[in-house]
Design a binder for this molecule. Structure first.
Ligand code: FES
Ligand SMILES: [Fe+2]
Length: 326
């Protein structure tokens, strides 16, 4: 994991008011809930008293109440009540505080700050300017037994398309890989496939390729977009569960008809079409060894792996900026 980053970790809809959601992210056992105002909150899913899972408790006003002895913690993890000490207790309860994690909610996504609290930034990674309220989206999730770096690399991999997806999006036997061109600007990676049928020609180098109308974007640490057309986009955020598992949240965005009911039906079908494509990838990606990718992992890369190399370099650089992870 890269330290000091906002990770997209859950869809907003996963945290229901009045309920506590247990979820493992970045190897951390977490309890998500909404306080009385509906604001999302996250604390370590372990009571400071005697270690019970807070997610087994209940939401009470602005707090979560531990199911064991009833200690209550607010959205900052501060202990607000110890039943056995009574309501009139004036004791300082701060020794019972639990660790909280900073979360924000935007774009119908819950983001978690994985880093030092004094380094929190305001910029949540998203594709602002590419999708807005004129788009309808529908989302589906899929758990992969893979490190999130492998899942992301797969989405930037133009070489696998005619092989893995030979009967779907990679139809046409375009196995010869030109480039591809890779741009990394303003924190966003851009690339597009430029594949051709092999008729004996030499592949073109990246600098002779262009970014096509259908292209890919990626923003660190874990959000990707496929610009299929002006009206159709697919966004995936790759929520790291731990070092070996990732949940892909696949969103199909579009504005094909402009009619709300029809567009919602299309989005609903579109997400499953994308899930079928992703399942073709999953079958192979879960077998990759080692589980996590790295810049100097000893793999014998191909010229067409340019976007993957760019991703690895940038990941390494971000980790090197004191963001070594935990
Ligand atoms: S373990 Fe949570 S209140 Fe005792
Ligand atoms: Fe694929």
């Amino acid at each position: 994991m890269i330290w000091n980053q906002w990770y997209a970790v859950l869809p907003s809809t996963a945290i229901k008011s009045g309920k506590i959601l247990a979820a493992k992210r970045m190897g951390l056992e977490l309890a998500f809930f909404r306080n009385g105002k509906g604001n999302a909150a996250c604390v370590e899913d372990k009571c400071s008293h005697r270690g019970a899972a807070l997610s087994g408790g209940k939401v009470k006003g602005d707090c979560v109440m531990c199911p064991f002895h009833g200690l209550e913690f607010d959205n900052n993890g501060a202990c607000r009540y110890v039943p056995s000490y009574g309501k009139s207790s004036v004791k300082d309860l701060s020794r019972y505080n639990v660790k909280r994690y900073i979360v924000r909610e935007e774009n119908s996504i819950i983001y978690l700050w994985y880093g030092d609290e004094d380094k929190v930034t305001d910029k949540l990674p998203f594709f602002h300017g590419f999708v807005d309220r004129s788009y309808v989206f529908s989302e589906v999730e899929d758990l992969w037994n893979s490190h999130y770096s492998r899942c992301i690399e797969n989405q930037l991999d133009v070489v696998h398309v005619p092989i893995v997806h030979h009967n779907t999006i990679g139809r046409g036997n375009k196995t010869l890989i030109n480039g591809p061109k890779v741009i990394f600007e303003n924190g966003m990676l851009t690339t597009s496939a430029n594949n051709e049928v092999d008729t004996g020609q030499k592949p073109k180098p990246a600098d002779e390729c262009v970014i096509k109308d259908t292209y890919l974007n990626f923003i660190f640490p874990n959000i990707w977009m496929n610009h299929i057309s002006k009206k159709i986009k697919v966004i995936i955020y790759f929520a790291p569960v731990d070092e070996e598992n990732t949940i892909l949240y696949i969103r199909f965005y579009h504005r094909i008809t402009g009619n709300g009911i029809a567009d919602r039906a299309i989005a609903f079908a579109g997400k499953y079409a994308n899930l079928i494509i992703e399942r073709q990838d999953k079958r192979v990606v879960v077998t990759q060894k080692p589980k996590s990718s790295s810049l100097k992992g000893g793999e014998k890369l191909l010229t067409g792996d340019g976007p993957i190399i760019a991703y690895r370099r940038m990941r390494e650089e971000l980790k090197g900026l004191g963001n070594t992870g935990k």
